[in-house]
Design a protein around this ligand. Structure first.
Ligand SMILES: Cc1ncc(COP(=O)(O)O)c(C=O)c1O
Length: 378
C-alpha cells in the first residue's frame, strides 16, 4: 500500500504547482503531491525503455481499458467510434465552443466554476452567460429560474462540471436530468466535464450520474469528457477522451479540430491504460486518505474562521472557501502574506473566495490550515 504521508521534493522538477512561486507553499492548481500508482510508473518505464517515440495511435490495450472502464464505472457500453482521444480536456471545451457556436452566439455555465469555463467562449468569439449556483436546503444547486430567464435563442451550449470544481458537489440523477431537459427545451448541447468523477469521496452516499446515463433522447445532445489524469495524478502527461454518442455531433466536433490539436503523447496512452487497468486498489487508498484531509480541512476552517463558508465536499481534493462574511477583504492576499499559494476565487467568478488543494500530505495540510486560520481572522 502506498504511503501517502511521504513528503516528496517537487520543487525544481519543472512543476507548475511548486515552481511558479518558489517563495510560497503551494495549495493551488489541481495536481496532488503523491506519486502515481506503481503500475502506471512501470508502464511508463516499459514504454520509455523501447527508446523510440514516434507518432502514436490509441493501441488495442488502451481502447480495451477505456471501454472496460466506461462499462464498469458508468455502465455504458461504448462502441469504439464514439470515443475521441484528446491531449486534454480544456482543448475539448474550446473545440466544442468552436464546433457548435459562431461569433455572436453564447454559451452558458454556472459559477463559481473552473476558470476555463468562463474563458473559452473567447476562442469562438462567443458570449458567456453565467448564473450563480444557489444554496437550497444546504446544498449548492442550479438556479433554474435565473437560467431560464437568461438563456437566449443564440445560446448553443451548456458547460457542466460534474462533480463540480470548485464546490465539490456531486450532482444527483434528478439534477442532471433536469439540466439535460433544460438543454433540450432551449436546444443546447450539454458538455459534461466529468474529469473528477473517480474522486467521489463517498460513492454510496453520492453516486455519480454521468451524462452517458441519461435516456437516449437526452444523451444524444451530450458530449461527455473524461480522463484518468486527476485521479491518478498524471495530468502532466496529457490524455483525455470525449464520448459522443450522436453521429452528427461527433462529426461536427472532429471537423472543428482542424489542425489545431497536437498528436497525443505516445507515453500518455500507456500510462492511461495502466491507470484504468491496475489503478483501482491505489484509488481506493487515495479516497480514504483524501476523506481524512477533507474532514480536517472542513472542521478546522468552519470552527476556526468566523463567517467562512466551506460547502460539504462530496468529491475532488479541492475546497472552496467563501470568505465574503469573514470581514477579510482580500483573502487571497491574506493567504499569500501567510506564505500560502492558493487559487483566487475571482478567476472562478466569485471575488473574496479562495480554493485550497488538499491533495497533499496531512502534515503539510495541517500546518497550512493553522496559518490560514490565523490569516483569515477579521
Ligand atoms: C473541471 C476540470 N476540467 C478540466 C481540467 C483540466 O483538464 P486538462 O488538464 O485535461 O486540460 C480540470 C483541472 O483541474 C478541471 O478541474
Amino acid at each position: 500500500m502506498q504511503n501517502f504521508d511521504t513528503e516528496l521534493v517537487r520543487r525544481g522538477t519543472g512543476s507548475l504547482k511548486w515552481d511558479r512561486r518558489a517563495d510560497l507553499d503551494p495549495y493551488w492548481v489541481a495536481d496532488m503531491d503523491f506519486t502515481s500508482p506503481e503500475p502506471v510508473i512501470e508502464a511508463i518505464r516499459a514504454r520509455v525503455g523501447h527508446g523510440v517515440f514516434g507518432y502514436a495511435l490509441p493501441h488495442a490495450g488502451l481502447m480495451e481499458a477505456v471501454q472496460s472502464y466506461l462499462e464498469k464505472r458508468i455502465g455504458y457500453t461504448t462502441p469504439e467510434e464514439e470515443i475521441i482521444h484528446l491531449g486534454g480536456l480544456v482543448p475539448a471545451l474550446s473545440l466544442a465552443a468552436r464546433a457548435f457556436g459562431n461569433s455572436g452566439d453564447a454559451l452558458m455555465t454556472s459559477a463559481p466554476i473552473y476558470p476555463p469555463f468562463l474563458g473559452i467562449h473567447n476562442d469562438a468569439g462567443m458570449q458567456v452567460i453565467s448564473t450563480d449556483h444557489i444554496e437550497v436546503d444546504g446544498q449548492w444547486t442550479f438556479d433554474w429560474d435565473a437560467m431560464a430567464a437568461q438563456v437566449t435563442p443564440q445560446t448553443k451550449l451548456f458547460l457542466l462540471s460534474n462533480p463540480q470544481n470548485p464546490m465539490g458537489r456531486v450532482f444527483t440523477e434528478a439534477e442532471i436530468i433536469q439540466l439535460a431537459t433544460f438543454c433540450e427545451t432551449h436546444d443546447l448541447i450539454l458538455i459534461s466535464d466529468e474529469i473528477h468523477c473517480d474522486l467521489i469521496l463517498d460513492e454510496a452516499a453520492t453516486p455519480h450520474f454521468s451524462a452517458l446515463n441519461l435516456p437516449s433522447s437526452l444523451r444524444d445532445r451530450t458530449i461527455t469528457l473524461l480522463a484518468p489524469s486527476k485521479t491518478y495524478n498524471i495530468a502532466g502527461l496529457g490524455y483525455a477522451f470525449a464520448v459522443i454518442p450522436n453521429d452528427s455531433l461527433r462529426r461536427r466536433f472532429t471537423a472543428a479540430r482542424g489542425h489545431t490539436l497536437p498528436e497525443i503523447n505516445c507515453i500518455a496512452y500507456y500510462a492511461a491504460e495502466a491507470a484504468y487497468r491496475h489503478g483501482e486498489p491505489w484509488r481506493q487508498d487515495l479516497i480514504s486518505y483524501l476523506k481524512k484531509n477533507r474532514d480536517l480541512l472542513t472542521s478546522t476552517l468552519r470552527e476556526g474562521v468566523p463567517g467562512a463558508k466551506v460547502p460539504d465536499i462530496e468529491a475532488t481534493y479541492l475546497a472552496w472557501i467563501d470568505c465574503r462574511e469573514t470581514g477579510v477583504e482580500k483573502p487571497i492576499e491574506a493567504a499569500e502574506n501567510a506564505g500560502l499559494f492558493l487559487s483566487d476565487g475571482a478567476f472562478f467568478g466569485h471575488e473574496r473566495c479562495i480554493r485550497m488543494n488538499f491533495g497533499t500530505q496531512a502534515s503539510r495540510l495541517e500546518a497550512a490550515l493553522e496559518k490560514l486560520v490565523t490569516a483569515l481572522q477579521p
